[in-house]
Design a protein around this ligand. Structure first.
Ligand code: IPM
Ligand code: MN
Length: 371
């Protein structure tokens, strides 16, 4: 298979984690005879520094003509501390989502048994947690009209949804539920919001085409509580843009480290894959960030290309590192491995250079030679 991938390393730890994902993708390409062509583009604070724009036209053009985009992270403290800045890194990501019509953001949440102790939740609530959030990504309050009155005393953000916007992501979420445990929960605020009432109506109608999927509804405030109290009740969660932003960060604590979680943003054309962690500027350039979020995002990209065997191999490799204690500082602050070492171990696993019954001492030795 031949695929054109736009690589946007982005800000903070973005470049170093993305490099590990590329190592792993290259190992997959060698092993399975694929050809992945990379084109590097700019977005975010890095793009503002270099071009004055958070999303240069060249990046949009390249992204539109690509099969997929692998993205690192966005954001820089100099903008976070100034919310009034006219040009902001995040504008780049929002504009890219809109330009490519990436209407569905998919975030799988898994609680890895070897990491249960890192989660703020009790272990008994973490067993068998495995759900996926489908967040609408190009509508709602994020993209409605925004205004402030001339006096600067009243501000407004409109929340708008059309039937079509709800339908297209709902079909994806129902199809996913059919492949999983056949349960879909719509998270909304239909007791208060008109847009939520439209979501309920449309999703109920669509559900008749998926009779094998059990549909239920939760108000977002209750959902926020249930995600902590009893996360294993969920299979597929479907929700609008703003609620999805909030509950997906909340759900991410279940896994024990934000550094582990991948995401996919898909539309009808090229799709974007990125770890859900931010740019983590304090760790930038130190080789200590967790590359698994980026590496597992690359696995989601391969699934998107229907390369399921290849994606599965990357997931096995990632599980193998976790189970054997080959982890970064966020997971074990005392005995930790470097970002680049984890990337190498996973690409070696993919290339069959590591057997499962490996003698750990060899890896320790290997670790000390690499570092
Ligand atoms: C995310 C981020 C973005 C969002 C920001 C960076 C605009 O928080 O991908 O969840 O709010 O969608
Ligand atoms: Mn967010």
């Amino acid at each position: 298979m031949n695929r054109n991938i736009v690589v946007i390393e982005g800000d903070g730890i973005g470049p170093e984690v993305t490099r590990q994902a590329l190592k792993v993708l290259n190992a997959i390409a060698d092993q399975f005879n694929h050809e992945f062509n990379y084109r590097y583009c700019l977005m975010g604070a890095d793009a503002i520094d270099k071009t004055g724009s958070p999303l240069p036209d060249e990046t949009i053009e390249a992204a539109l003509n690509s099969d997929a985009i692998l993205f690192g992270a966005i954001g820089h403290p100099k903008y976070d501390n100034d919310p009034t800045a006219k040009i902001r890194p995040e504008q780049g990501l929002l504009k890219l989502r809109k330009s490519l019509q990436l209407f569905a953001n998919i975030r799988p949440i898994i609680a890895y048994p070897s990491l249960h102790h890192l989660s703020p939740l009790k272990t008994k609530n973490l067993e068998d947690v495995d759900f996926v959030i489908y967040r609408e990504l190009t509508g709602g309050i994020y993209f409605g009209n925004k205004s402030t009155n001339p006096e600067g005393t009243i501000a407004q953000d409109d929340c708008i949804y059309s039937r079509e916007e709800i339908e297209r992501i709902s079909h994806l979420a129902f199809k996913q539920a059919q492949k999983r445990r056949k349960k879909l929960t719509l998270v909304d605020k239909a007791n208060v919001l008109e847009t939520s009432r439209l979501w309920r109506k449309v999703v109920k109608e669509i559900s008749t085409a998926y009779p094998d999927v059990a549909l239920d509804f939760l108000f977002v405030d209750n959902a926020a509580m249930q995600i902590i109290l009893n996360p294993k009740q969920f299979d597929v969660i479907l929700t609008e843009n703003m609620f999805g932003d909030i509950i997906s960060d909340e759900a991410s604590v279940i896994s024990g480290s934000l550094g582990l979680l991948p995401s996919a943003s898909i539309g009808s054309g090229s799709a974007l894959f990125e770890p859900i962690h931010g740019s983590y500027p304090q760790a930038a350039g130190k080789d200590i960030a967790n590359p698994l979020g980026s590496i597992l995002s690359a696995a989601m990209m391969l699934d998107h290309f229907s390369l399921h065997r290849e994606a599965g191999l990357i997931r096995n490799a990632a599980n193998w590192t976790l189970q054997n204690g080959f982890v970064t500082k966020d997971i074990d602050p005392v005995n930790f491995y470097f970002t680049s070492t984890i990337g190498e171990l996973i690409s070696d696993f993919v290339s069959n250079k590591i057997t499962v019954d490996v003698n750990k001492e060899n890896i320790e030795l290997r670790k000390s030679t690499i570092i």
